[in-house]
Design a protein around this ligand. Structure first.
Ligand code: SAM
Length: 216
């Protein structure tokens, strides 16, 4: 069965439009992955589609309601079979290992916050809180898209050439080797001779020597 990713968001168009290009688009067309963006307001309990309210105890901004998010998660994932991820700047830091872990799952749900974030009780209904970096975004959509992009290219059969994954940065805790293409000379900068030599063994040796250990 192909992987399914559900995204819960106040801006489903943002997700759909960003995934209409390049590898995520091709992966969806080829049926390797099914990505569905859902409007969180669908699960609001009033006719105005209210999903947020002011914080108890006072303070700035609006907080996303636990009842709305819980209803959405329950509707999309009855029986809790999906891996539910809440995007949050104070979550576990996303990295290539986490991307590979997610790519091995059958189903993910990505819950995107906005405004001042979520009612803390929503954490009871998710499996993991994930951050894409030590900075604060205006919403979880760009974080969800970052995760989807990194995960999609790890799904078997998505990249035309599986070889391109093998020596990519982060594989075996190494960087990729430097790459060059035409023109051979550009503003006084040349391509290393070995790459023009046609000696495959020498080229491989040079490339291995150029990969750098990543700081752990
Ligand atoms: N008041 C929150 C705080 O100080 O932690 C920030 C809320 S932020 C403006 C709104 C939403 O953007 C969050 O609920 C989360 O979904 C998303 N977000 C912001 N920064 C993020 C990050 N670094 N990684 C993942 N999601 C992030």
């Amino acid at each position: 069965m192909n992987m399914i990713i559900d995204v819960l968001t106040l801006f489903p168009d943002l997700i759909d439009q960003a995934l209409a290009y390049s590898i995520p688009a091709r992966a969806q067309k080829a049926g390797r992955i099914d990505i569905r963006a859902h409007q969180l307001r669908t699960w609001a309990t009033d006719r105005h589609g209210t999903v947020d309210d002011t914080p108890y105890g006072g303070g700035p901004g609006m907080i996303l309601r636990v009842d709305v998010a819980h209803a959405a998660l329950g509707a999309l994932d009855h029986g809790h079979k999906a891996h539910r991820i809440m995007l949050s700047p104070d979550g576990e830091l996303f990295d290539q290992t986490m991307a590979a872990d997610f790519a091995a799952k059958k189903r993910l749900i990505l819950l995107c916050g906005r405004y001042e974030g979520f009612d803390a009780r929503i954490e009871k209904y998710v499996d993991q809180k994930v951050s894409i970096g030590s900075f604060v975004l205006s919403g979880g959509e760009l974080a969800a898209l970052t995760i989807i992009d990194a995960v999609t290219r790890l799904i078997p059969g998505v990249l035309g050439n599986a070889e391109s994954l093998k020596e990519e940065t982060f594989e075996a805790d190494l960087t990729e080797y430097p790459q060059f293409t035409r023109p051979e000379k550009y503003k006084g900068m040349t391509v290393p001779d070995v790459l023009l030599s046609g000696h495959h063994a020498e080229i491989q040796k040079w490339r291995d020597s150029q990969r750098r250990k990543l700081a752990s």
